[in-house]
Structures are given as structure tokens and as C-alpha cells.
Design a binder for this molecule. Structure first.
Ligand code: GCB
Length: 623
């Protein structure tokens, strides 16, 4: 266990006379740093945060690498009153040394993972401090939030020396109220980000992707009125395709306050009243609405107003349902021709976050003939979801419950649920998302089934308009693959991962493989594939060559086309991605090479095989 925040309190059993003496010695510092001791409020979710005017804090931040986290914790793991968040400057006559100086420290770009910015940080796991000066002009009756797109894995934030929040989870956005800490003119912000892996984290110790650390996504300041729209959900009714329904939540609203919604292009308007819980229920009819679909990803500007607050969302309207073994999009059966994608940046490598990253990755998926992408194995950046909305790609979005997290630990369930809530509440207005995935390849145990069933119920409670899925491991008896994992009961759509021809047997084994499903539900082949180094050639049985990978795809496509209840597929994976599990020199060089495209954009033979199957619709029923 590490030194996560143990706050000082007078009745702490850890109090020893020695510590008390030390505390007296530090009393002066405590007074000076009293703002530090004030409890920071918990971060909140702001739906559509990226649609609000913002002051960007991107750019170069001073950075200090702090492997022992001595800038925050003293040697008994107590948070220090004189920690580095004070951004102290040495003054002549100081009676003690100031042993850090952000203004002289090397810079790190924000957003950006640290691993690909500095050679010495390539393998670094631990805490790093960030500092940035900025000027700001607060406006009366406005609250200011620090919006953090993502900080992997755990992060702490201070504005002008006052703690504003801390957060756990590396792939979801959060917002910290900094109103009381920010002032007019010169300000500074300090962040500490720690990407140390722990067994009770979500994800846990081992993953097959690089543990990129840092402030990996956009970070900005957002000003909102005292009463403001924090979350909303607007979607098309499954019962009546001319009705838009959902809710708008107004933070700190007086009951009886009004919410007004307008869709100018449809000349549609409605108003609703905020009830006790701060929510206004929305239900209104629209004429001649064009529904969002991959063929026609129509987006509408939707204006939401509550008191002084207004947000202009760009969204589309469609329905998704599972009926029997079908997935229905806008009431019609659909086959998901897709591909898995990691948030690895094309060409430059590192964590993806820019619009350009999203357009390149999703552009390749489109070029291949996809109508769907599985964004593995954690929630991706909002830029990816906006691009999917625009480009007409249906999305599987995933909670990072990956492999064997501590399924019997209630704290771990709470962490998974917190990340799930952040994921859903942030991105619930993206028409592209149709599937919430609870987990990937989890061991079939009672504790696991209980954990994910609870998570699934939670997701359904938060969002009953989408389908719940998970990527399951499959067991085999001879050449029969059997899908009878009891977790299937909790899912609307069954995802199955299998690697025939790579981790098991030969590509040709797919030809004689039969499938048995114990669930009459839609099935997605959520992973399949094998590694190939782009440009490496040989025969169809020479591992690591493009020909071998292509051979796997040929046989897999033959096998999959015989599965009656198959409703989609997303082979592993669009682009090669960095992973510490892949050290094979000259071939992998720290990259999982199952991409159909290399990280430098070279398309491998298998790309064209899948493209042909997707474009000619030789896989899946023609819609
Ligand atoms: C899997 C995992 C994925 C890995 C992949 C592989 O089953 O779900 O995260 O990267 O296999 O390449 O082994």
C-alpha cells in the first residue's frame, strides 16, 4: 500500500509525542498554509463541458519528478503543510532552504503524456508535479471550474496554494470548483499526478497497454453562473420517434426554476420546471426530425437555457434496442462492421487526444468500411466521441474493468462505479455511443459475476437508453467454442474475444470450429486477430508476417459468417499500440503488432481483406 492521503487529525492513533513536537515546530507554517487544510470539494461532472467557452491552460508547465512523493507527504505519509503546491520562491534571508523551483524546472507539455515527452520518463511510474502561472479575471456571480479532460491515474490540484480537489481514475473528465481559490490578476495552479499501479486500482496492476502518465487531455477553466446546468440527457423516445425526452439538471436551482430547450433547425421549443432534486423532466414533440445513423449522421444544435446559464449542444437523435438476437438501430436490424481502437496517437505515438488524432483513427475505420468502433479499454477523449458523431461511427465505450481486478473488494467496485458514472454522465448525449461495456476478459468466478452484474444494473439505472455489454472469455471443448459464462445473463449484447490462429492453434482451425451460445442474445466478435510487423513478408504460416495475419483474417471471416446470431465484429485492432508486454526486439519493440495499420500509418495486408469483406458486405446480413 502506498501513501495515499492520510489527513492529520488530533485524535489520529498515529499521533506520537515525536510527531506532536514536530507539529509544534511547524505551527507557523500551518497558520500560513491554513487554506491548505480546508477540505477540497469533490469534483463534479459537467456534461458538454467541451461545448462551453473556456480559458485553456494548455501549454508548457513546469514539472518536477518526485518518485518518493516527498513534495506532498512527509516521512510518515502525512500530507505536508509546506508541500510543493505552495510554489514557494526562495527569498533572501530565508531561515531554511527552498529545495524546489517550478520556474526553473524542465517543462512538460499539457495536454500530453510524460512518457513520450522525455526519454528519462519513458518507463516512469510515480508522481510528477506540474505548475503553471496564468492571469484571470473572475466575474461576479460566476463560479469557476477547473476542467480536467483526464489525469492518469490519481491527481491532486491546488490553485494559489489552496487544495481544490483530488481525483482517481485515469480516463474520465472531472471538474473542480476553484471559485474560492482563484483571484483577479496573477494566479498559479499546481497539480500532482501519480500513475503508480496498485492492485486495488481500476484497472489493476497488469494491462496490455502503456501506462501513460500525466495530464493527458485538455485542461481549462470554465465560468458558469451561480445556478448552472451541470448534466442533461436528451434522446429520442423508443416508443414515439417524434418525441425527444430526457432531463436537465440544474445545480443549486430553486425548485420551480425553468429550463427552456430549443432546436432552431426544427423550430422546436419546450420549457420544463425544475423539481426538488434539481431535475427538470423533458418531453416534447418534433416535426420532420432526421434520425442519426451511420449513413446519415445528422446533428442538430440544441440550446438549453436555465436562468442565466445557457449551453449549446450539438447532438443527434436515434434509438437502439436489442430484440431477440437482433440489434435494432432506429427500429431496423443492423450489423456492426467495426474495429477496436486504443487511444494511441497515430504517427507521433503516445496518448491520443487531439481532433487530428481522432480524425485520423476514425478516418481509417471509415476507409475500411466500418460503421462501428470499439473504443477499448477505457473511456476515450471527448474529441473521439465528437468525431464519431460527425463521421457516423457507432461506438462501444468501455469501463476499465480489465482482466482480474479485485472483484471481492467493495472499494474496487466503488472505484469502477465512480468511473462508470463519470463516463456515462459526461458522454450520454453522443448519438454515436450505443453500447456501454462493463469489462474486458474477466475470470469466471462468483465474485466477478456479482461485481459486474452490480455494475451493469448501475449503468442501466443511469442510462436505460443504451445496451449493456462486456467482452467475455470463451471456453472450448474440442473444436467447439462454448459461450455459457453466467455473466451473459446480465448483458444485452454478448461480446466474445477469441484468438484462434494466434494464441491457440492454427488459422485453419477456424474452419472446423463450431460455436454454441447459451444465450439468445445478439453476439459481437469483440476481438480476434494476430500480430504482424508492417513490411515483414513470408508465407501464410510464418508468424509475425503480414501474410500470416492476413491468413488469420481469411479463416476468421469464414468462421464468423457461419454464426447465426452474430450481429457485429471488431477485430483487434486498428493500429499498433505501445505495451510493455511486447518486448520482442526487431518485431514488436514495445508495440502490440496486432494492428491492421502500423503506428506510422502503413496499412498491412489484413486491412484490405477486412475492407473488402466490409465494403462488399460479405460478412453480416445486408441491412
Ligand atoms: C486480449 C485483450 C487485449 C490484448 C489482446 C492481445 O484479449 O483484450 O487487451 O491487447 O488480447 O493482443 O493479446
Amino acid at each position: 500500500m502506498m501513501h495515499y492521503p492520510v489527513r492529520l487529525s488530533a485524535n489520529s492513533p498515529k499521533y506520537s509525542p515525536r510527531k506532536i513536537a514536530r507539529l509544534f515546530a511547524c505551527a507557523a507554517l500551518f497558520v500560513a498554509a491554513s487554506a491548505w487544510a480546508a477540505p477540497a470539494s469533490a469534483p463534479i461532472v459537467l456534461t458538454g463541458a467541451d461545448r462551453r467557452p473556456a480559458t485553456s491552460l494548455s501549454g508548457e508547465w513546469g514539472s518536477i519528478v518526485d518518485p518518493y512523493f516527498s513534495g506532498l507527504f512527509s516521512f510518515h505519509h502525512e500530507e505536508k503543510a509546506n508541500g510543493w503546491f505552495r510554489n514557494e520562491k526562495a527569498k533572501p534571508g530565508d531561515t531554511r532552504p527552498v529545495e524546489y523551483d517550478f520556474s526553473k524546472a524542465p517543462k512538460l507539455k499539457v495536454p500530453g503524456d510524460w512518457n513520450t515527452q522525455r526519454q528519462s520518463l519513458y518507463y516512469y511510474e510515480g508522481p510528477i508535479w506540474y505548475e503553471r502561472d496564468f492571469t484571470y479575471q473572475p466575474v461576479e456571480h460566476k463560479r469557476v471550474f477547473l476542467h480536467v479532460g483526464a489525469a492518469n491515474y490519481r491527481s491532486w490540484f491546488w490553485v494559489n496554494g489552496t487544495k481544490v480537489c483530488e481525483h482517481e481514475g485515469g480516463f474520465t473528465s472531472f471538474n473542480c470548483d476553484v471559485t474560492a481559490a482563484i483571484h483577479s490578476g496573477a494566479n498559479f495552479i499546481v497539480a500532482a499526478v501519480d500513475n503508480t499501479r496498485h492492485e486495488d486500482n481500476v484497472p489493476t496492476l497488469e494491462t496490455d497497454w502503456w501506462n501513460y502518465g500525466g495530464l493527458t487531455r485538455e485542461i481549462s477553466l470554465i465560468a458558469v453562473p451561480d445556478q448552472f446546468i451541470d448534466q442533461y440527457d436528451l434522446h429520442l423516445s423508443r416508443v414515439d420517434a417524434s418525441v425527444i425526452e430526457g432531463w436537465v439538471h440544474v445545480m443549486d436551482a430553486e425548485p420551480g426554476a425553468t429550463v427552456a430547450i430549443q432546436i432552431p433547425e426544427l423550430k422546436a421549443k419546450t420549457t420544463a420546471t425544475v423539481g426538488d432534486g434539481g431535475r427538470a423532466a423533458i418531453h416534447f414533440s418534433v416535426q420532420s426530425l432526421e434520425r442519426w445513423s451511420p449513413e446519415s449522421p445528422k446533428l442538430y444544435k440544441v440550446q438549453i437555457r436555465a436562468g442565466q446559464d445557457e449551453i449549446s449542444e450539438l447532438t443527434g437523435f436515434r434509438t437502439v434496442e436489442a430484440r431477440g438476437t437482433e440489434i435494432l438501430l432506429n427500429g431496423k436490424p443492423i450489423f456492426l462492421r467495426g474495429i477496436c481502437i486504443h487511444a494511441e496517437a497515430p504517427y507521433r505515438t503516445g496518448r491520443a487526444y487531439t481532433d487530428k488524432d481522432a480524425e485520423t483513427l476514425l478516418g481509417w475505420a471509415r476507409e475500411m468500411g466500418s460503421n462501428y468502433v470499439r473504443l477499448a479499454h477505457y473511456p476515450h477523449d471527448e474529441t473521439m466521441l465528437r468525431a464519431a458523431d460527425r463521421m457516423g461511427l457507432l461506438v462501444w465505450s468501455e469501463n476499465p474493468v480489465y482482466w482480474a481486478v479485485q472483484f471481492d473488494n467493495p472499494k474496487v467496485l466503488a472505484k469502477a462505479e465512480q468511473q462508470l458514472e463519470e463516463e456515462i454522465n459526461t458522454s450520454r448525449n453522443h448519438p454515436a455511443i450505443i453500447l456501454w461495456s462493463m469489462a474486458n476478459e474477466t475470470p469466471n468466478t462468483e465474485a466477478r459475476t456479482r461485481f459486474i452484474t452490480t455494475e451493469a444494473a448501475h449503468a442501466r439505472g443511469l442510462d436505460p437508453t443504451r445496451l449493456i455489454t462486456a467482452a467475455l472469455l470463451v471456453r472450448a471443448e474440442g473444436n467447439t467454442k462454448i459461450v455459457d459464462d453466467p455473466l451473459g445473463k446480465a448483458l444485452d449484447v454478448i461480446g466474445v474475444n477469441e484468438y484462434i490462429g494466434w494464441y491457440e492453434k492454427t488459422p485453419e482451425t477456424a474452419d472446423v470450429t463450431e460455436w454454441r451460445f447459451d444465450f439468445q442474445k445478439p453476439v459481437i466478435a469483440s476481438e480476434l486477430g494476430g500480430d504482424a510487423r508492417a513490411g515483414l513478408h513470408g508465407g501464410p504460416n510464418d508468424r509475425w508476417t503480414e501474410e500470416y495475419q492476413a491468413n488469420i483474417y481469411r479463416h476468421q471471416l469464414g468462421m464468423l459468417s457461419k454464426i447465426a446470431q452474430l450481429r457485429g465484429m471488431s477485430p483487434w485492432i486498428l493500429m499498433d499500440f505501445r505495451s510493455p508486454n511486447r518486448p520482442l526486439a526487431g518485431i514488436q519493440d514495445d508495440f502490440n503488432r496486432k494492428g491492421l495499420i502500423s503506428e506510422q500509418g502503413q496499412k498491412k495486408q489484413a486491412f484490405f481483406i477486412l475492407q473488402k469483406a466490409y465494403k462488399e458486405k460479405t460478412i453480416g446480413k445486408a441491412e
